[in-house]
Ligand binder design. Structure first.
Ligand code: ABU
Length: 379
């Protein structure tokens, strides 16, 4: 069997058709990341700005301990099996050697990151999968792990469009030097976030795919550390038949990736992180179209797991299987209870020990196929 895929049962027989327009339509085919050879990358500007001053990640880098890689892979394999048993076809990336340095004419970094999470790299919009520019040097080549799958989809599905955004140069001009101090402090970070002063500059278009949410004809994109204004404008020009809306969340001192901040669950319902509330002006689009924006339940944990980049708000980083069914990390009992009360079948999934590799249930997946056609939810 090819390392890129582990078919079992009927889900494996799902023919290849790339198409997904939303975060909630019934999931039929998905990519689940792997923890193999996961590295904590060496210092670099965008990554350092994301690591809180009191984090256990400060000053650490190198290959992650093998026992944590094995544990994370066991959890990711378990999640893949659970999805297959529910009839979802699951494909897996092919890791490269992440201990390799990356050298381009513009930068050098002594090692890479991993192939978790795919959601950061691959943006599926309708019949297209777009490889994001990425904004960290250590993730510049991460798309290579997905190329065997992209090639296969391209050969098997004549309607599939495989696209790649222009690779950025990622010189020092891409990063604001004032973010690189070790002693910025949270108050200053919040002030900067409110003023939309982020670590990335406007030198060139930058975006990570996990800053984009798909609502049919509308794409909602977070402006923050990993996506700049030019990245949003690039997406606007690349998807001329979509409306692209820039959003920002002033309560987040480390704004990377929208999926632990603002999570659409089904048509008409969004969970919003109560510490990172969407500004009133930006809420209007949803409210005038009858969407309810509900504060997400509090996380069950006071701190992230060891050596983790993400916040405790991975509690709301859930994977919607269809508008009535949602996967929630099994220890996130408050989030599970809230979604149960909102009418969902909640499927508990053990994943917390894989969080350190790049995120939760939404992060560790990338859509290939959801049923459903393009619709206008904000007419
Ligand atoms: N990749 C999502 C992480 C967001 C957060 O740390 O809250």
């Amino acid at each position: 069997m090819d390392a890129s895929e582990t078919p079992t049962g009927t889900a494996a027989e799902t023919p290849t058709r790339v198409e997904s327009w939303t975060e909630w339509d019934p999931l039929r085919h998905v990519i689940v990341g792997r923890a193999d050879d996961g590295h904590i990358p060496p210092p670099e500007p965008a990554l350092d700005a994301k690591v809180p001053e009191d984090s256990d990640m400060r000053g650490q880098w190198g290959r992650r301990p093998q026992e944590t890689i094995d544990r994370a892979n066991a959890l990711l394999d378990g999640f893949a099996d659970l999805l297959r048993k529910r009839g979802v076809r699951v494909d897996r990336p092919v890791p490269v050697d992440f201990s390799q340095a990356v050298t381009t004419p513009d930068f050098h970094t002594p090692s890479q990151f991993g192939c978790m999470p795919p959601r950061d790299v691959l943006l599926t919009v309708g019949r297209e999968i777009l490889e994001a520019t990425m904004s960290y040097r250590c993730r510049w080549f991460e798309y290579l792990c997905y190329r065997p799958l992209m090639q296969r989809y391209w050969e098997e599905d004549p309607g599939f469009r495989h696209e790649a955004a222009p690779k950025p140069r990622l010189t020092d001009a891409d990063y604001h030097p004032d973010y690189l101090s070790d002693t910025i402090g949270e108050a200053k970070r919040l002030e900067w976030a409110a003023a939309r002063h982020f670590v990335t500059t406007e030198e060139e278009p930058l975006f990570d795919a996990a800053d984009v949410l798909r609502f049919g004809r509308d794409l909602v994109v977070q402006h923050g550390f990993t996506t700049n204004r030019k990245g949003i404008e690039w997406l606007r020009r690349h998807f001329p038949d979509h409306r692209v809306h820039a959003v920002n969340f002033p309560g987040d001192p480390y704004p990377i990736h929208i999926d632990a901040t603002f999570s659409p669950m089904r048509p008409g319902l969004i969970l919003n992180n109560p510490q990172r509330r969407l500004p009133d002006e930006q809420r209007k689009l949803f409210e005038r179209n009858g969407w309810e924006i509900v504060d997400a339940a509090p996380p069950a944990h006071q701190t992230p797991p060891p050596l983790c980049y993400s916040s405790v708000w991975l509690s709301m980083n859930v994977l919607v299987l269809d508008p009535k069914t949602v996967c929630v990390e099994e220890s996130e009992v408050y989030q599970a209870d809230q979604l149960d009360r909102l009418g969902f079948e909640v499927v508990p999934v053990a994943l917390r020990d894989a969080y350190a590799f790049g995120g939760g249930l939404h992060c560790c997946t990338a859509d290939v196929r959801r049923e459903g056609e393009l619709q206008d939810y904000f007419p």
